[in-house]
Write a protein that binds this ligand. Structure first.
Ligand code: SF4
Length: 289
């Protein structure tokens, strides 16, 4: 049997019970200063023939597959025709399949039309995960995301217009103490203009081997203290005006938060205030677990 996976596999928390298939290897962008997920992988798109070999292996273990997540970092980089062929094949092979999801880089989405995205939805693409990280123009540039704020907005809005559920992540602490409030407020304003279905707020954890880790080592970048992290999260939620399901309950976060916005906004803000007052936060050495 061929080994199914190449290198480490990353997936959104909500895909924990999904069958993961690597439609691509690595990330076609791979420039972000904070991200070490795909540093060791040379990017390539898998052929459908190769993917079929993985499916044959998977079928020996998993029979009743309802959800599939297409890894690695940006499966949406595939040409629309190949993506459609892949989706059709997967729905044929797994009769109980209900949803296929994938990560996208903003660049992938900018290269696709809304019509193409709608076609992908018609063929069963049920959710797209997009790393927005920040809405602060200068910070997007600093972390080398490779797109401007307007391009990021366009990328996310295309998914929403196409009617595909959009789940975005942003990173608390990415701008360090100096940019903390502007990062929070500008990110909220970008999300307000994009209206994603889901927002996940992670907290920055430095990854060895990344440029940001080196900047930190050189004293060019400073981490937020836990209380500053919560204050930034407070500013973010306070400024969010879109209707979305908000989660900040990742292993990286100091307190678990979750609710529907706008109706749960005051509760979420109160929970942050209480945590700041009591100091009841996850200890540093338990973060990431
Ligand atoms: S685009 Fe996403 S996966 Fe690729 S390097 Fe940036 S954060 Fe990592």
């Amino acid at each position: 049997m061929v080994p199914m996976y190449e290198g480490s596999i990353w997936r959104p928390p909500s895909e924990a019970r999904s069958l993961i298939l690597q439609a691509t290897i690595g990330c076609s962008n791979n420039t972000c200063t904070f991200c070490g997920s795909y540093k060791s992988k040379k990017f390539r798109i898998k052929s459908l023939a190769n993917l079929k070999e993985d499916v044959a292996v998977a079928k020996a273990y998993y029979r009743n597959v309802r959800r599939i997540f297409l890894a690695d970092g940006d499966a949406l980089v595939m040409k629309t025709s190949q993506f459609i062929e892949t989706l059709d094949y997967l729905y044929e092979e797994f009769p109980n399949l209900e949803r296929v999801g994938a990560y996208a880089c903003p660049q992938n989405l900018l290269q696709k039309s809304v019509d193409e995205l709608q076609m992908l939805q018609d063929h069963g693409l049920g959710i797209i995960y997009l790393g927005v990280e920040t809405g602060l123009e200068s910070l997007l540039e600093k972390v080398r995301k490779g797109v401007t704020r307007n391009e990021m907005r366009e990328a996310g809005s295309k998914v929403v217009t196409a009617g595909i559920p959009l789940s975005v992540t942003i990173i608390i602490g990415l701008g360090g103490p100096d940019l903390s409030e502007s990062h929070a407020r500008e990110t909220a304003s970008l999300l307000n203009s994009m209206s994603p279905d889901y927002v996940g707020a992670l907290t920055l954890m430095l990854v060895e081997g990344t440029d940001l880790y080196t900047e930190y080592g050189n004293g060019q970048f400073h981490l937020l203290a836990p209380e500053e992290t919560l204050r930034e999260l407070y500013w973010l939620i306070e400024s969010l005006e879109c209707t979305t399901m908000f989660r900040s309950n990742h292993a990286s976060n100091y307190i678990p938060l979750g609710g529907d916005l706008p109706q749960d906004k005051s509760r979420l803000l109160q929970e942050i205030k209480t945590a700041l007052k009591t100091g009841n936060l996850k200890s540093e050495y338990l973060r990431g677990l």
